[in-house]
Design a protein around this ligand. Structure first.
Ligand code: C2O
Ligand code: CU
Length: 475
């Protein structure tokens, strides 16, 4: 691993270049009116721990970038200044905004030119915990796209927040310094056993797998477990936790021994049933808002349920006042995660949408040293006029995962409602990203109420870059 002074020096130099050396720049003069927010894309050094400093690209000199708070329905102006040599894009994940500003090249959003700037103007909605991140393709370059530190929380406030908590924390789960591997990890084991696998093919594809991306360095926000300030609490406090999986690579599971998470919202959208759970699972792109009643005095590790991942940094210490022992970790008894416990019984009187979109996902193993290809309905991106929506219509979309990975599937500019998870019916859980389990089937309903191009993709960067995406159009 390349920590140490060389990386720091390099990052520091890169950061100073534009101002001090008068690099040729195509940055137009700043606009006459002042923006509400400015994001500057530039190299940063992130100190995960005292002896572990990595160099990446971030926003405004940090990673994660600043927490942006916007008011629902109030137009905002965001200036994005790109101090790097590559064109960039900022995507506002979970917002209903036009394709021209959504931050997706596929939808036609203009790029922020290298050494240039671009002004985004939009009206943020709906309210809830959203986030922003680069949407650049990375391909084989593990220093591009969401492998970098270009991400941050975006909270769209409704004004009627109950405010019923003593403190609020924002925790972004991350991995760093990704590398290629030919070792396949066992997703089923991480998922706490093998559930029903309705989409498992009768004959499995046994061709040798290609290279995948993995990491051995983790953090919550910019600190590895134990390296940052603990979350300091008092008995009886109620702490509101906003979690985001900002990884480009993999799904994560989190637990806080001795405590339960009371889930308020998934992907920023209030759930029907605020069920307690011992474990939270988040695929890349997903958010969970949950409160924890601090009623178990001690010093605890809030961290990944996977021992290797937690040991390599994915965690933060929760310290009660006047408690000074070693941080405790206890393996959760039931590491299960089930979206449907936050739903409600389906309403039999509500008719199913008249239109159905069937989506089948497959992997073409590439063999060693190559990259696998991902197919949507038998072919990689693009899908010219395959997914066409009629404005105002409702659609039932069936995601059929014929692969041995669990994929976090995301649709831009829309919300969908979970209807069925591997045969378990539900209602009332609204999401913009859903993890479809290994060989699993998930059914969702959506209303076509956001005209314009909308990108659909797996939020694992490598899968998206190698075919796992499609455009939804309006007729
Ligand atoms: Cu969070 Cu297409 O992105
Ligand atoms: Cu995927």
């Amino acid at each position: 691993m390349k920590f140490g002074t060389a990386a720091v020096a390099q990052a520091a130099t890169a950061r100073l270049l534009p101002a001090q050396m008068q690099m040729p720049s195509n940055e137009p003069p700043p606009e006459a009116t002042k923006a509400d927010f400015t994001l500057r894309i530039a190299p940063v050094a992130v100190e995960l721990a005292p002896n572990r400093i990595i160099s990446t690209i971030g926003y405004n000199g940090t990673s994660p970038g600043p927490l942006l708070r916007m008011r629902e329905g109030k137009p905002v102006t965001v200036d994005v200044i790109n101090d790097t040599d590559m064109p960039e894009l900022v995507h506002w994940h979970g917002l209903f905004i036009p394709a021209e500003v959504d931050g997706s090249e596929e939808e036609g959003t203009p790029m922020v030119p290298a050494r240039g700037r671009k002004r985004y103007q939009f009206t943020p909605r709906p309210a809830g915990t959203r986030w922003y991140h680069t949407h650049a393709m990375a391909g084989a370059d593990l220093h591009r796209g969401t492998y970098t530190g270009q991400f941050g929380f975006l909270v769209v406030e409704s004004g009627n927040n109950p405010g019923n908590y003593d403190q609020e924390v924002f925790l972004a789960l991350r991995d760093w310094e990704p590398f290629f591997t030919s070792m396949a990890e066992n997703e089923a084991a991480e998922e706490g056993g093998i559930g029903p696998q309705p989409e498992k093919p009768a004959v499995l594809d046994t061709r040798p797998n290609g290279l995948e991306v993995t990491s051995q360095m983790f953090s919550i926000n910019d600190k590895a477990l134990g390296a940052g300030e603990p979350i300091r609490v008092r008995p009886g406090e109620r702490v509101l936790i906003h979690l985001l999986n900002a990884s480009a690579i993999e799904n994560k599971r989190i637990s806080l021994p001795g405590h339960q998470f009371h889930v308020l919202a998934l992907d920023g959208n209030p759930v029907s049933t605020q069920a307690p759970t011992e474990v939270l699972a988040l695929g890349p792109g997903e958010r969970v808002d949950a409160f924890v009643e601090m009623n178990q005095p001690g010093v605890w590790i809030l961290g990944a349920t996977d021992d290797n991942i937690r040991g390599a940094g994915l965690g933060v210490i929760v310290e009660y006042a006047n408690q000074h022992r070693e941080p405790q970790w206890v393996k959760p008894a039931k590491p299960v995660w089930d979206y449907t416990i936050f739903g409600r019984a389906p309403d039999a009187s509500r008719p199913a949408p008249a239109n159905t979109i069937d989506m089948r996902f497959e992997k073409i193993p590439s063999g060693s040293g190559q990259f696998n290809t991902w197919l949507v309905n038998g072919k990689p991106y693009p899908h010219e006029r395959e997914f066409v929506l009629q404005e105002g219509q409702r659609y039932r979309v069936i995601f059929r995962n014929r692969t041995d990975d669990a994929h976090p599937l995301h649709l831009h500019r829309h919300l969908f409602e979970l209807i069925d998870m591997n045969g378990k019916p539900t209602a009332g859980v609204m999401k913009d990203t859903v993890v479809v389990p290994v060989y699993g089937r998930v059914t969702v309903d959506l209303t076509a109420d956001q005209p314009g191009l909308s990108l659909f993709h797996c939020h694992i960067q490598q899968h998206m870059d190698y075919g796992f995406k499609a455009l939804f159009r309006y007729a």
